[in-house]
Design a protein around this ligand. Structure first.
Ligand code: ZN
Length: 412
């Protein structure tokens, strides 16, 4: 080792010593809206590193970490469930960092801000969360609240900082060296559901056209457009394979989606109907509607998985739909319908308005967000079947769907 290098090391050694963590954690306070960490001196955002890890024990929660360059002057602190988190622990992580670990519902995201000597951790979507909680507390009995608190305690007892450390280095080593604070992802999440897939071709139309292929092409175009407009878009299937109906909304729920859009193409039974007559765009949202017309509309898309449920189970599913969700889905359906018709008619003036309707579509049951099913036209109609192959028609459709998402968020 050269003399200069030795000198450099010496200087570095002192520099590290000089700038080593000086901030001292003196107190931690939690409330339903925030966690306030009080330090002896101001903390800079360069001293805070935020990361997250999936919770292997429970897929509906994850862990959010904040590593703060500081020394704790207090004992490790543990907190059980508040409106903000399922569980939270604050303790010294290594010589220079304290670690705040929160167990969160996958729908929630914590962010931090610095206020003088305080670091305040709070929910990114505080307002929407509070709204949810009002509904929750109306629906839930005290008993289920207690069960939840018990569960939260279990979660807390599993919160082992040592194992967190191990996971970090073995599962996601990139997290360790990532000194950039994570930018919170505030994009709205749209789940697009191309109907059918794989062994389920959906309806078969003129020239043996398959519904599954047409709706997939439109879904991909819509995804690309929405992504250009800044949305985060996920498809329930990204290829030609079969997905169970209930797994489609379950996927949307697990991703914390803001909107769910199922795309289908309509058909009539060619043996009994005039294929030229049935045409146009129809948009549906889920409601407990029991009318014969609504039932008929849903029958084709529901398929066997709805048939195997007895009528009591079906009724029970539909009865849990809350009024607020139906109204939101209705609004989204109107936006979809208007925007799709407006875009298509710019080029295809004769596009028929099949109306916005409520119907008990099984694929929409279980969605925690506004959910709509659009039938983009009839593949049994010669004109419409031909248009489905036309790139101009497909692009206009995609633009209509993307415009609808924009206008939904502008107004709601
Ligand atoms: Zn379909």
């Amino acid at each position: 080792m050269s003399r200069t290098l030795k000198l450099l090391f010496l200087v570095l050694f002192f520099a590290v010593g000089l700038f080593a963590a000086e901030a001292k954690l003196v107190s931690v306070k939690t409330s339903d809206t925030s966690v306030v960490l009080e330090f002896s001196s101001p903390v800079s955002s360069d001293d805070i590193k935020q990361n997250k890890l999936d919770n292997p024990q429970n897929k509906s929660t994850y862990r959010s970490f904040f590593d703060i360059r500081a020394v704790s002057m207090i004992k490790p602190q543990s907190f059980t469930k508040t409106k903000l988190f399922d569980a939270l622990k604050v303790s010294q992580f290594d010589k220079e960092h304290i670690r705040v670990v929160a167990v969160l519902d996958t729908h929630d995201k914590l962010v931090y801000r610095i206020d003088g000597k305080s670091v305040i951790v709070e929910n990114e979507q505080k307002q929407s969360k509070e709204k949810q909680d009002t509904t929750k507390s109306q629906d839930n009995s005290t008993k289920s609240e207690n069960t939840k608190n018990e569960a939260a305690k279990d979660v807390l007892s599993n919160l082992n900082l040592e194992s967190d450390k191990k996971q970090e280095s073995t599962i996601e080593p990139s997290l360790v060296n990532n000194s950039q604070p994570q930018v919170p992802d505030k994009r709205k999440i749209i789940v697009i559901d191309p109907g059918h897939g794989g062994k389920d071709s959906g309806a078969i139309g003129i020239n043996s056209k398959k519904e599954k292929n047409i709706v997939f092409a439109v879904a991909v175009l819509t995804k690309e457009l929405l992504e250009k407009r800044g949305y985060k878009v996920l498809l329930t299937r990204d290829g030609d394979y079969f997905v169970e109906l209930q797994d489609r909304t379950r996927f949307a729920d697990s991703k914390g989606a803001d909107l769910f859009l199922s795309i289908h193409a309509n058909a009539v039974d060619l043996r009994h109907s005039d294929p030229g007559k049935a045409k146009g765009v129809e948009t549906f949202f889920l409601s407990p509607a029991r009318s014969e017309r609504a039932k008929r509309a849903a029958e084709k898309e529901n398929g066997p998985s709805m048939d195997v449920m007895d009528s009591i189970t079906k009724g029970a599913f539909l009865n849990v739909l809350n009024r607020e969700k139906i109204v939101a889905s209705n609004k989204f359906a109107i936006d979809i319908h208007r925007a799709v018709l407006a875009n298509l008619r710019a080029k295809f003036k004769d596009t028929v308005d099949g109306g916005v309707r409520e119907a008990p579509f099984w694929v929409l049951v279980g969605a925690q967000m506004p959910a709509v099913l659009v039938e983009i036209g009839y593949i049994t109609n010669p004109d419409e079947a031909e248009r489905f192959d036309n790139p101009i028609f497909r692009n206009l459709l995609a633009r209509g769907l993307a415009d609808a998402v924009d206008s939904y968020f502008e107004n709601n």
